[in-house]
Design a protein around this ligand. Structure first.
Ligand code: NAD
Ligand code: ADE
Length: 490
């Protein structure tokens, strides 16, 4: 088995945490019980690109328990929990000397070149993969860029404005496709290069679809579909209510302040915390900060979300109006250029800056690095002080990448169980009912969404009221659900 993780010696710790997590992930455990015998994923080969955490370990081992062969990488350079990665490689019954688990290619603190090398490895099964699990769309992007390069017989073209990220991706795609990348030097020095090029067209022929985890990844998929560029069926897992209204909100309510505390331990009570974006993630962040006694200010572009924030009791301002008073600025938009270098220069001494949106383009890190006189002073991994010429500093978390996974351990198991049960259902749909999902972006049926919620009720000792036949007829819904029309907003 090939794999690349930080230290297999961490596997025992990882396994102990995985065992605790399993108890907190009832949805995944129901999937295992329901399908262990039938093995509906037998023959499936799943290429996963999603934060390599303890919770993801339980997802991976659930897919394996249902019969799938799996290869995995993280979807972020800082989010891997090395003990979880090690435990997945070793497997429940293996040893560090004789690993028997799943090939994982992930460690905390990858370079961009290493990140894309890891992404390539998840596609390198003996037979091409049948599905992708993606979080943010990078595996899907790698596939589409590879197909384009192979069809063109040329490496992806880059102009001078290309970012380091785009450069690292293009170089990796070129290498993987057996093409010569422009200006390519050893792109992931020290890591083994596979001999044979990846046949991206064979990958496409074999792939039955992708299930996408997050808001930003779904936005990318929809943009590709609109442009006529999407080449495979996709299930929008974020579109399940039991994903976006739980993980994005309650998950971030937990993991935002976990990240802030582990990074800086700065008191939040009484301080001014600005949250950019009052969508599903922003709502959870604001609630958590308010719970700590912070004076929370929201920025929004959407009048509906701005009005929601105001009705929930938050001040709503533009960032420029409040930047000089902010003790914390948290971006949660999925947009780009939200916090500019010019605004960061106006922050108070020791203000904390962090992003919880999927990508690092919400905060202008490149602009900060170019700011006259500014110097980066690393405090500890994933926490940097940036000192300005006048001596004042700001504290930037995880280099502008999502702080709840870079500075802490992401969402807790219970909420990830709701997300990942949707992931398992989506993979089952793509594998066993491929004909129902043509190329395009789909959501799971509402009856499945309600079922995912149902799996999690007993653990919280919830007593659900049952409709009588008369009440069901009165409401015009089946007694067993679904209880809401598809466009109900929750
Ligand atoms: P959303 O669309 O529900 O919310 C984003 C909000 O930001 C919207 O209300 C939008 O109007 C607002 N917005 C957009 N541009 C803005 C700007 N320039 N200034 C102020 N507000 C702006 O999306 P979401 O589900 O809340 O996700 C937000 C981001 O977080 C996405 O990138 C998503 O992928 C990511 N995410 C991260 C985690 C995590 O664990 N870190 C979990 C779930 C989602
Ligand atoms: N996204 C947010 N938290 C996560 C976690 N704990 N595991 C995987 N993905 C996540």
């Amino acid at each position: 088995m090939d794999w690349y993780v930080a230290d297999l010696g961490l596997a025992a710790l990882g396994r102990r945490e995985i065992t605790l997590a399993e108890h907190e992930m009832p949805g995944l455990m129901v999937m295992r019980q329901r399908y262990a015998e039938a093995q509906p994923l037998r023959g499936a080969r799943i290429a996963g690109s999603l934060h390599m955490t303890v919770q993801t370990a339980v997802l991976i081992e659930t897919l394996v328990a249902l019969g799938a062969e799996v290869r995995w990488a993280s979807c972020n350079i800082f989010s891997t929990q090395d003990h979880a990665a090690a435990a997945v490689v070793v497997g429940p019954d293996g040893t560090a000397d004789d690993p028997g688990g799943v090939p994982v290619f992930a460690w905390k603190g990858e370079t961009l070149a290493e990140y894309w090398w890891c992404t390539e490895q998840i596609f390198r099964f003996d037979q091409p993969p049948t599905m992708i699990v993606d979080d943010g769309g990078d595996a899907t992007l790698f596939l589409h860029q590879g197909i384009a390069a192979q069809r063109a017989g040329a490496a992806p073209a880059l102009d001078d404005s290309a970012s380091d990220e785009q450069r690292a991706l293009a170089q990796r795609v070129a290498r993987a496709a057996g093409l010569v990348a422009e200006g390519a030097s050893p792109v992931a020095a020290g890591l083994p290069e596979a001999g044979a090029p990846l046949d991206f067209l064979a990958l496409l022929a074999s792939l039955q679809g992708v299930s996408e985890e997050t808001t930003t990844g779904v936005r990318r998929l929809r943009a590709m579909a609109t442009a006529g560029e999407l080449l495979l069926p996709a299930i929008d897992v974020n579109g399940s209510v039991t994903k976006s209204k739980f993980d994005n909100t309650y998950g971030c309510r937990h993991s935002l302040i976990d990240g802030l505390n582990r990074a800086t331990d700065t008191l939040m009570g009484g301080k001014v915390a600005v949250v950019c974006g009052y969508g599903d993630v922003g709502k959870g962040c604001c609630e958590a900060l308010r719970g700590q006694g912070a004076r929370v200010v929201v920025t929004e572009i959407d009048p509906i979300c701005a009005l929601q924030a105001a009705m929930d009791g938050y001040e709503v301002r533009t960032l420029d109006e409040v930047i000089g008073q902010a003790d914390f600025v948290i971006t949660a938009t999925g947009c780009c250029g939200v916090l500019t270098a010019e605004q960061m220069a106006r922050l108070k001494h020791q203000a904390v800056v962090g992003n919880i949106g999927h990508f690092d383009d919400e905060i202008d890190m490149a602009g900060l690095a170019r700011w006259p006189g500014v110097v980066k002073e690393p405090l500890k991994p994933q926490v940097d002080a940036w000192r300005y010429g006048d001596g004042h500093v700001i504290l930037v978390l995880s280099e502008g990448r999502l702080l709840n996974l870079g500075n802490a351990t992401g969402h807790p198991s219970f909420v990830m169980s709701t997300s990942f049960t949707n992931q398992v259902l989506a993979q089952l749909e793509l594998f066993t009912r491929a004909g129902d999902y043509p190329v395009g972006v789909h959501v799971l049926p509402k009856r499945m969404d309600e079922e995912v919620a149902r799996f999690h009720l007993p653990a919280l000792n919830v007593s659900l009221t049952r409709l009588t036949p008369e009440q069901a007829a009165y409401l015009g819904v089946p007694m067993e659900g679904p209880y809401k029309p598809d466009d109900y907003r929750y």
